[in-house]
Design a protein around this ligand. Structure first.
Ligand code: GRF
Length: 212
């Protein structure tokens, strides 16, 4: 598989006009490698954006330490402290608005979001998923791909909608499954691609919004 066919659309950030600086709020539950990739893309000047705030929901999540190291304000909103998904999302919306975020970037946010969040940021909530959607939605997407015996999987940046891991697709990258792959080895290669397509997907979403 050539590099040219690995990512679609086959564009670099330099080829996407970015006349405005985007204000991002990132939601994450895990190690935060996608947060870091977006932050590095911004630092390197490729993605014209600022990360106003990180919201995380797991007290021990590695993403908090990364945010500290990157100088990104981090706010813990522990879902266990809220009676419902909608209540958590109300707190998220308030935190994002206070921080001045205009875009919501779900970078490994392991919670189902509700219309409370989606309606507060129409067409501005983006998600990354470690499969070539619409295959292998939900948790364990890498394991699902291995069990299914597919030969190629990948990752997808898409608009979030009320259904999990659905919504219009912005960018995808294909990752071949190799003999002997484990969930860990395959996920590691998928993540390398996630780090490429997430900044790209963000810039594409902003471009689409300007074109409407
Ligand atoms: C990513 O693989 C993402 O696709 C999935 O969760 C993982 C988060 O990874 N939803 P990280 O915390 O950004 O390293």
């Amino acid at each position: 598989m050539s590099a040219a066919s690995l990512i679609s659309p086959p564009l670099t950030l330099a080829e996407i006009p970015q006349p405005q600086i985007l204000s991002l709020g990132v939601l994450a539950s895990g190690s935060g490698s996608n947060l870091e990739a977006i932050a590095q893309s911004i630092r390197g000047g490729a993605l014209k954006a600022r990360i106003q705030v990180l919201i995380y929901n797991q007290p021990g999540a590695g993403v908090k330490d990364r945010a500290e190291r990157l100088g990104i304000p981090a706010v813990l909103l522990n879902h266990r402290d809220y009676a419902s998904r909608a209540d958590l999302d109300r707190a998220i919306v308030e935190t994002l608005k206070q921080a001045g975020a205009d875009w919501v970037i779900m970078a490994g946010w392991m919670r189902i979001v509700t219309p409370v969040l989606l309606d507060a940021f129409p067409r501005r909530v983006l998600n990354i998923h470690p499969s070539l959607l619409p295959s292998f939605r939900g948790v364990g997407a890498v394991e699902q791909a291995l069990s299914a015996g597919v030969k190629v999987t990948g990752c997808t940046v898409h608009y979030a909608v009320p259904d999990v891991d659905s919504g219009p697709i912005l960018a995808q990258a294909a990752v071949p499954i190799l003999p002997g792959d484990t969930p860990e080895s395959l996920h590691a290669r998928v993540q390398v691609q996630e780090h490429q397509i997430f900044p790209l997907g963000i810039a594409l979403a902003a471009q689409r919004e300007r074109d409407i």
